[in-house]
Design a protein around this ligand. Structure first.
Ligand code: PGA
Length: 243
């Protein structure tokens, strides 16, 4: 695992944007799995700048949302698909036909999750997965638990995750309590993985994870120790509790 620490948020975001841009230039038909939330926003802005000013071409890129709130349609203000469409896909000229998200409004959510895993498989899996990390150590919406799911599935969000995401909603009661998320195997089969953590709020989980080389289902990010090509990018805040 390669760990890169940069002085501030913008420099850390630039490292991740450069890594993604390099992969897109090398393989214009790259298949990526992308996160939502606060962490990727600056990275997506930098990729947009690269598209506009340097001609970084996303026209043949395929992107999969890594998760979606159960019950929110693609056009809901807080849906993760809409987030990625507005923050990246439309800004970098992607063909929306090449963008995918789980059908989180399906009558049969289990089948929708299985269909999503099949779709990922048909696309050949992910060339690059870009992750954030939750303060409880979750990656995508694989929450700390006795057991983790290999493939795409319905997950009940932890109270901490619901609380952390309440800032995007008018009231905590509006935050969906379930999501469809890609599973650990979907992530670990990715050819390359980059994880970005920003700010002091992430420092305790980063220290708990990187301070121990052990793998535990109670810290899903720790499974990244099993992958041969992971780059972790931190700003000084997120790295502040590392020894
Ligand atoms: P955040 O979420 O980027 O909004 O901090 C991270 C996560 O839950 O993976």
């Amino acid at each position: 695992m390669k760990v890169i620490v940069r002085h501030d948020k913008e420099e850390a975001e630039k490292v991740v944007a450069d890594l993604i841009a390099g992969e897109v230039r090398t393989n214009p038909e790259i298949v990526m799995s992308l996160p939502t939330g606060s962490t990727p926003v600056g990275v997506f802005s930098e990729l947009t700048r690269m598209h506009e000013e340097e001609g970084l071409d996303f026209s043949s890129v395929t992107c999969f949302n890594m998760d979606e709130y159960v019950g929110l349609g693609r056009d809901h203000a807080q849906s993760y698909y809409r987030f990625l469409r507005e923050n990246l896909y439309e800004r970098v000229g992607m063909s929306l036909e090449n963008t995918f998200s789980p059908d989180a409004c399906a009558a049969n959510l289990g089948r929708a999750a299985d269909d999503y895993s099949s779709l990922i498989k048909r696309a050949g899996g992910f060339d690059l997965t870009f992750l954030g990390i939750g303060r409880d150590g979750h990656i995508s919406f694989n929450m700390p638990s006795d057991a983790l799911h290999p493939l795409t599935h319905v997950e009940r969000l932890s109270e901490a995750a619901v609380r952390d995401n309440a800032r995007f909603f008018e009231d905590v009661s509006e935050v969906p309590t379930q999501a469809i998320t890609i599973g650990m195997r979907n992530i670990l089969e990715s050819r390359r993985i980059v994880l970005l953590a920003l700010g002091e709020a992430k420092a305790p989980v980063v220290a708990r994870w990187l301070g121990s080389g052990l793998v535990t289902t109670w810290l899903p990010a720790s499974f990244l120790w099993l992958h041969p090509d992971v780059t972790v990018v931190l700003d000084q805040g997120a790295a502040s509790e590392l020894r």
